[in-house]
Design a protein around this ligand. Structure first.
Ligand code: GRF
Length: 205
C-alpha cells in the first residue's frame, strides 16, 4: 500500500507531532508528515517540523475576516501538499466544516481525557479537580463539534492522590505519544471502519 501523506495541525509544543515524526521515521506508520500547519506563530511544533525538513506554515487567523476564510486557507495548504489524513496534534481550534467535508473519515483528533468525560481545552486540570481516580487519552475521528467524534483508541491513566497538574500532565502526555501514532498507523493500514459512533478495527492481514 502507498505511504500515506499526513498533514498535522498544531498549536503548541508539538511533542505529539514529534512522536508521529519519529514513528514515521522508524517505519511504525506507513506514512510521512507532508506538512505542518500551526494556528500559533511561536509554536515550538514549527521548529520541530523545520528540524525534520518538513514544510511548516503559520496561518494567522487575524489576517482572515471570517472563520470560513481561515479554514479555507488551511484547506488550500493541505490540498497543495496532497494530504491524505489530517492529524490534529494539539490543535486548539475548532476545525471548520470546509476541511472536515474535504477529508471524510480522514481527520483524527487527540484529547487528553477519556471522552466523553472532560471535553474542551482544560481536560487534564478538570479531571484532577473533579477527583477522578482514572483519566486517560482518547484518539477519535473529528466532527464539527469539540471532542465528540467516533472513538478510535482510548487508554486509561491513573490519577494519584498527590498529583500536581504537571505530574499528571506528564503521565498523560507519555501515553499520548504512543496512542496517537498507533491510531494513525491503523488508519494508514486501512484497518478502521466506522459504523455509527462505533469504530471497528480489522485484524492484520
Ligand atoms: C496534548 O495534550 C493534546 O492532547 C492537547 O494539547 C496537547 C498538545 O501537546 N489537545 P503537544 O503540542 O503535542 O506537545
Amino acid at each position: 500500500m502507498a505511504r500515506k501523506r499526513l498533514g498535522a495541525l498544531v498549536s503548541g509544543s508539538g511533542s505529539n507531532l514529534q512522536a508521529v515524526l519519529d514513528a514515521c521515521a522508524a517505519g511504525k506508520i506507513n506514512g510521512e508528515i507532508a506538512v505542518v500547519v500551526s494556528s500559533k506563530k511561536d509554536a515550538y511544533a514549527l521548529t520541530r517540523a523545520e528540524q525534520f525538513g518538513v514544510p511548516g506554515f503559520w496561518v494567522d487567523k487575524d489576517k482572515f475576516p471570517t472563520a470560513d476564510s481561515y479554514n479555507l486557507e488551511i484547506l488550500r495548504i493541505l490540498r497543495e501538499y496532497r494530504v491524505d489524513l489530517v492529524v490534529m496534534a494539539g490543535y486548539m481550534r475548532l476545525l471548520g466544516e470546509e476541511v472536515l467535508e474535504a477529508f471524510p473519515q480522514a481527520v483524527i483528533n487527540l484529547h487528553p481525557a477519556l471522552l466523553p468525560s472532560f471535553p474542551g481545552g482544560n481536560a487534564i486540570e478538570e479531571a484532577l479537580d473533579y477527583g477522578v481516580r482514572l483519566t486517560g487519552v482518547t484518539v477519535h475521528f473529528a466532527d464539527a463539534a469539540y471532542d465528540t467524534g467516533p472513538i478510535i483508541l482510548q487508554e486509561f491513566v491513573p490519577v494519584h492522590q498527590y498529583d500536581t497538574l504537571d505530574v499528571l500532565a506528564a503521565r498523560i502526555h507519555k501515553v499520548e505519544h504512543t496512542l496517537l501514532p498507533r491510531a494513525i498507523s491503523l488508519w494508514a493500514d486501512n484497518r478502521l471502519r466506522i459504523e455509527g459512533r462505533r469504530v471497528y478495527i480489522r485484524s492484520k492481514q
